[in-house]
Ligand binder design. Structure first.
Ligand code: UDP
Length: 246
């Protein structure tokens, strides 16, 4: 596994993957090719000696906010959503192991026979030993998203960059799939994202990154090699960082 000569410019990163990144084109369930592709990308970067924490969503199975019409309380719907993230975390963990990566799954909700509980000190120890850590069950609390969990864990593990994996190559002024002349931004400030409600991560997640001066890079996870390019310092996708005039 090589970096093609470019040394990594980051020591520790947090990668946020939506459930959809692991799903087939229908957006629902798991897809072997997607799991293997994501695992290969992560394996390559782990092989460069970069410490990687992963937060995986659950939208390919269930989202609490979309449970409208189902006979359930929103809080319980979010519990189901968090369990969906655990299924993805376990599947991704297996794909990573198959790709030769040492990995641990830690859960914010107690799933003890299935995954380690989230213990920050233990997560840091895993990272120090070169293991990838997958953080399951989001923040462990309803009414949050895995974007917020990603910001939280990123700050907790001392990540130098938050990588937000999407299916487009950065942040656009409009949805590029619906508006062909939408403009792609090279960089944006946190406040640009928040005041213009640009589709990066949810507002709570962006605000947490802003408050802790954690840069966010939004990139296309479907394009092979992007993770390695970013880790090698390439300007892939859109960087969210700084305030007005910075
Ligand atoms: N969720 C939650 N608390 C969290 C993280 C997630 O309750 O801290 C629930 C929520 O219902 C959410 C679902 O888990 O809709 C799946 O997460 P998310 O929607 O962030 O997944 P993604 O869109 O990234 O696949």
């Amino acid at each position: 596994m090589g970096s093609q000569g470019e040394p990594p410019v980051y020591r520790r990163l947090l990668l946020k993957l939506s459930g959809e990144a692991l799903a087939p084109a229908t957006g629902s369930g798991l897809d072997a090719d997607r799991l293997n592709a994501v695992a290969a990308e992560v394996a390559e970067v782990a092989g460069m000696g970069v410490g990687l924490g992963l937060v995986v969503g659950g939208g390919n199975y269930f989202r609490g906010a979309r449970a409208v019409g189902l006979p359930m309380d929103r809080i319980v719907a979010d519990h189901i959503g968090m369990l969906a993230t655990a299924m993805n975390a376990l599947a991704l963990g297996q794909a990573l192991e198959s790709a030769g990566v040492a990995v641990r799954v830690q859960s914010a909700v107690d799933l003890t026979p299935i995954a380690e509980p989230y213990v920050r000190a233990r997560a840091l120890a895993h990272l120090d030993k070169g293991r990838v850590v997958i953080f399951a069950c989001g923040t462990g609390n309803p009414l949050f998203t895995t974007d917020s969990a990603a910001s939280l864990r990123a700050v907790e593990i001392g990540a130098q960059l938050m990588l937000k994996a999407t299916k487009v190559d950065g942040v656009y002024s409009d949805d590029p799939l619906c508006t062909p002349d939408a403009v792609r931004y090279e960089s944006l400030s946190y406040d640009d994202v928040l005041t213009r409600s640009l589709a990066v991560m949810d507002a709570a997640a962006v605000a947490l990154c802003r408050d802790h001066r954690l840069p966010i890079r939004v990139f296309d996870v479907m394009e092979a090699g992007n993770l390695r390019r970013i880790v090698s310092g390439a300007n892939v996708g859109t960087l969210v960082w700084g305030g007005t005039g910075e």
